[in-house]
Design a protein around this ligand. Structure first.
Ligand code: GTP
Length: 259
């Protein structure tokens, strides 16, 4: 369970270790919530060459992704990406924006949980990559993936968003970065549903909507009633996977403060 504080501390220690070995960071954001998925202490990457990827663009609103690319692009290099794109898009982007004076860019892929870091690493590593030996000073088992002029750490740097406010938490829930099973604060769930409601033009309130959703999918508990807990969890899971529509939840472009 990644929300156990012990794991968060471990992840923090680990990322600091990785940072010593790299010059560039590819920060993976969810294209549906670029603000909520940057709500971590971005200062830890100070002094590094920072590049952004708006990932999962296949399940975000296309128009808003274009606007986010323009907004973020004023402060740092950025591209959109999704699982259907060719990985050369990322490789070329990294090469083009490399600032190292050495003849190779040492890269870490980082981001909050569930934004698609591992999917990108797995796709990048592909068949043609050659894994080299473990790097001294880096956690045993972590290796470089050799991509010619790019050397990529084969393990992502996981950072954790600060739940500064209900809105951020709600949006992280909507994109699956905060698992629904870990949320016992009804206010966050309720806020997330309200945000969805606006996007999807839903009229019903939360209880009615989830009950209908559950019954229509046959999530029935013993008494023949809707299994509300299960229905609620599956609703948020499918929504976060983009299976209930393509929605972008962050739209306040003036709130992009990363410089
Ligand atoms: P953690 O290990 O929790 O930090 O997650 P991660 O950031 O490594 O994300 P991961 O690659 O495990 O992907 C999370 C989920 O998102 C998986 O179910 C992926 O299949 C899905 N996913 C990844 N990339 C994309 C994408 O471009 N589009 C869509 N629709 N789904 C994606």
């Amino acid at each position: 369970n990644v929300w156990y504080p012990g794991h968060i501390n471990k992840a923090k220690r680990r990322i600091k270790e990785y940072l010593k070995a790299v010059d560039s960071i590819l920060i993976v954001l969810d294209a549906r919530a670029p603000l909520a998925t940057t709500a971590f202490e971005i200062d830890i990457f100070k002094g590094k060459n920072i590049l952004f990827v708006l990932n999962k663009s296949d399940i975000a609103n296309n128009e808003l992704t274009t606007k986010w690319l323009q907004t973020i692009g004023q402060t740092a290099p950025v591209i959109s990406f999704n699982k259907n794109d060719s990985i050369s898009k990322i490789k070329n982007f990294v090469l083009k924006n490399s600032k190292t004076k050495l003849n190779e860019t040492r890269l870490l892929i980082a981001g909050v949980p569930n934004v698609g870091k591992s999917s990108i690493i797995n796709k990048i590593s592909g068949k043609r990559s050659a894994k080299t030996g473990a790097t001294p000073g880096i956690t045993r088992g972590v290796q470089w993936i050799n991509l010619g002029k790019i050397k990529l750490l084969d393990t992502p740097g996981i950072v954790f968003a600060k739940l500064f406010n209900k809105d951020i938490a709600a949006k992280l829930l909507l994109v699956g970065s905060l698992p629904i099973e870990n949320i016992d604060n009804y206010d966050i769930i309720s806020r997330a549903f309200d945000i969805y409601k606006t996007e999807a033009n839903v009229e019903e309130d939360f209880e009615d909507y989830i009950t209908k959703f559950g019954l229509s999918r046959g999530f029935i508990s013993k008494g023949g009633k809707c299994d509300f807990e299960r229905s609620k969890n599956i609703f948020f899971k499918l929504l976060s996977e983009g299976k209930l529509g393509k929605f972008t939840y962050d739209k306040d472009f003036s709130m992009w403060i990363y410089k």
